[in-house]
Design a protein around this ligand. Structure first.
Ligand SMILES: [Zn+2]
Length: 510
């Protein structure tokens, strides 16, 4: 089947990127739609990738002094009402629990009964419930800082969903910290952004632009939202992580008050920050090709897939023994990032070898190794790298292959980042004229828009009105105000011609 096609999945990215993405996820066995509208089932290959993301980030958070804790899934409605902007931001997408019991109905079904006195909201984010808890924990400056993180799920009712990118329920981590001073809370906000940037670039091999959100794009209730933005292969932006400086807003709303060193009652300073299973989608849309998913080796659920090839039972035994021994040798190799061992799986399923090979191509396993009687006779492996065309394979003496595998994986990881960085740079364009700006974001075929645009680096005067105009006319937003914005010098706003301190990336976004 796959042999007769040019690519292992269809359509190609250039034909229909959105559909290519769905197919890539599906054919890799990473996730699928569930029977519950808007909610996905994360399958083992997708979940193992998420677990590796989780494990890496968790280690970085712990190394920087944070601990994990867990807070309730439900939030009393009154809690959510405490911070006006916060309510406004999330009210439209809340799942609300109003009853606590089911009773047999008149026609044999079940009907909700036992109405709750106060409805509960399935958390869209946990600032309010955690704030309420912190108010009880914090009495004095001696109780600060509180540096906690929670791994969990949240629900934001979405009507238009896409696997990993936008689903009603998703997995994430949310950090919530409390500090004695504004300066410390700011330092925390920036520190976390730095950790997210490292996670994206060094682990996921996804290059990012770090910055601060404009007021229009800020988290509801935050004083400032910092973010990392990545460019997908359809040249749209994807917000990959956010870190919010809350000032004293949530401390006021939740009553987080402490007695200062001078003996005065003060509101504390808080932050919150999160990344989600969206990162899985970001990696797929950054590295995937027309043959499917390409896993960044550092976080791949397996580094090598060994595919035994045999004709009969006698060959089977010899080949499997050799394949299992090879897998064991790979498992003993340390990873090139000095974090654990390499992982190899032997795929001994009884199915067509060609089909099996293509399946691993679509899954994006970094290295595929075919082992047949001829390879065994030479004590060699027949291998293929996922960052090269699927039919490009090489034979290598087993010992030599094993000795070079960690370096090969490192080279692949660095190569993926370099390729993605070159793509980002190639599609960032300085634009100074609104006509050019409009053309940049206008597809040649509006019926079936081709991949177009990118990040337009335009000057911006700082007025919300100019961002709103770009959003209304071209569906583009300012993705962030880059941290190094002012280095390149002043200019004139691409929308209104007003004075600007520096360029910002405008883009269509997920
Ligand atoms: Zn302007």
């Amino acid at each position: 089947m796959a042999r007769n096609r040019t690519n292992a999945i269809s359509p190609a990215r250039g034909e229909d990127f959105a559909e290519w993405y769905q197919q890539a996820i599906k054919m890799a066995g990473m996730a699928e739609q569930s029977a519950v509208r808007g909610c996905m089932v994360i399958k083992p290959w997708g979940y193992a990738f998420w677990e590796n993301i989780q494990r890496s980030l968790d280690a970085m958070l712990k190394a920087s002094g944070h601990s994990n804790a867990y807070f309730p899934l439900f939030i009393p409605k009154s809690f959510l009402e405490k911070e006006a902007k916060h309510v406004e931001g999330f009210a439209k997408e809340c799942a609300v629990v109003t009853h606590h019991r089911l009773e047999p109905g008149p026609d044999g079904g079940l009907v909700p009964a036992g109405e709750l006195e106060e409805p509960l909201i399935v958390r869209p984010t946990s600032e309010t419930i955690i704030g309420d808890t912190y108010a009880k924990w914090v009495q004095s400056y001696r109780d600060l800082p509180i540096l906690l993180n929670q791994w969990g799920n949240v629900v934001r009712w979405e009507l238009r969903t896409r696997l990993f990118l936008r689903t009603s329920e998703f997995l994430w981590q949310e950090g919530h910290t409390v500090h004695e001073t504004s300066g410390e809370a700011w330092e925390e906000t920036r520190k976390i952004l730095g950790i997210y940037a490292r996670l994206a670039e060094e682990y996921l091999a996804v290059p990012i632009i770090a910055g601060v959100k404009t007021s229009g794009q800020r988290f509801p209730g935050a004083v400032e939202t910092m973010c990392i933005e990545a460019m997908m292969q359809d040249r749209k932006a994807l917000q990959a992580g956010t870190s919010h400086y809350m000032g004293q807003n949530f401390a006021r709303a939740s009553g987080i008050v402490y007695q200062s060193r001078e003996g005065k009652e003060e509101y504390a300073w808080t932050t919150s920050w999160g990344v989600s299973t969206r990162l899985v989608g970001a990696a797929v849309m950054t590295h995937g090709d027309d043959d499917g998913v390409v896993m960044p080796p550092r976080l791949a659920p397996a580094h090598a897939a060994i595919l035994p090839i045999f004709r009969d039972a006698a060959e089977r035994e010899t080949v499997l023994a050799y394949a299992n021994a090879l897998a064991e040798s790979i498992r003993r190799l340390g990873s090139p990032w000095n974090e654990g061992k390499l992982l190899a799986v032997v795929d001994s399923r009884d199915m067509n070898a060609g089909e099996k090979g293509w399946e691993w191509v679509r899954k994006g396993v970094p290295i595929r190794i075919e082992i047949g009687p001829r390879d065994i006779a030479k004590d060699a492996v027949f291998a293929a790298r996922r960052d090269r065309p699927p039919r490009e394979k090489y034979s290598q003496a087993r010992e030599e292959f094993l000795a070079s595998l960690p370096a090969t994986l490192k080279e692949m990881q660095d190569g993926l980042f370099a390729r993605a960085k070159a793509f980002l740079d190639a599609h960032c364009r300085e634009i100074d004229d609104y006509g050019d700006f409009r053309r940049f974001f206008t597809p040649a075929n509006p019926e079936k828009p081709e991949i177009h645009g990118g990040f337009a680096l335009g000057h911006w005067c700082g007025n919300q009105a100019c961002e709103d105009r770009a959003a209304e006319e071209l569906s583009v937003t300012i993705r962030c105000i880059p941290l190094d914005r002012e280095e390149a010098g002043r200019g004139k706003c691409v929308v209104c011609g007003g004075d600007s301190k520096g360029r910002v990336p405008f883009a269509k976004a997920y």
